[in-house]
Design a protein around this ligand. Structure first.
Ligand code: ZN
Ligand code: ZN
Length: 147
């Protein structure tokens, strides 16, 4: 199993991972996939109001990389709102901060960052990541996703 060399640290997982516009035909709705690192960039810069320099440090990336991440995130969100697309939040080359906050119970892929809501009574290690085939782990068990 290969790991991306540079991982972006995230300190937060969303409670909801799917947003759908009202009043559109759901059977052929278009989707935008926002990755967890892109969402974290939006949260840090746009919601917490951090300077890119500081936000980049939190995510353990260079300022240039942060700039690229947030630019892509803005483009995707704008695309969804302007063109009436749904937003699915998943994946991305992420590792989880040891102080990760989540308002929800998740199974997480420790390799690629894919997340799905945890099903009660179903051990996460029996869940296989649909993206990369790794066994998933419980979000609350993650200390530092990287090593
Ligand atoms: Zn689980
Ligand atoms: Zn995976």
């Amino acid at each position: 199993m290969t790991r991306p060399r540079f991982r972006r640290r995230i300190g937060w997982l969303p409670r909801l991972d799917y947003f759908r516009p009202d009043g559109v035909d759901v059977s052929n709705i278009e989707e935008v996939v926002l990755t967890l690192d892109e969402l974290e960039a939006l949260r840090l810069a746009d919601l917490e109001g951090l300077y890119q320099e500081e936000a980049a440090k939190r995510m353990n990336v260079s300022r240039q990389t942060f700039g690229r991440i947030i630019e892509e995130a803005h483009r995707k969100v704008a695309d969804a709102i302007v063109n009436g697309k749904a937003i699915r939040i998943t994946g991305g080359p992420v590792e989880f901060d040891e102080n990760l906050v989540s308002a929800f119970d998740y199974c997480v892929c420790p390799n690629c960052g894919y997340i799905k809501p945890h099903e009660r009574g179903k051990p996460c290690r029996f869940e296989v990541c649909p993206k990369c085939g790794s066994h998933m782990v419980r979000q609350v068990n993650i200390k530092k996703g990287g090593e």
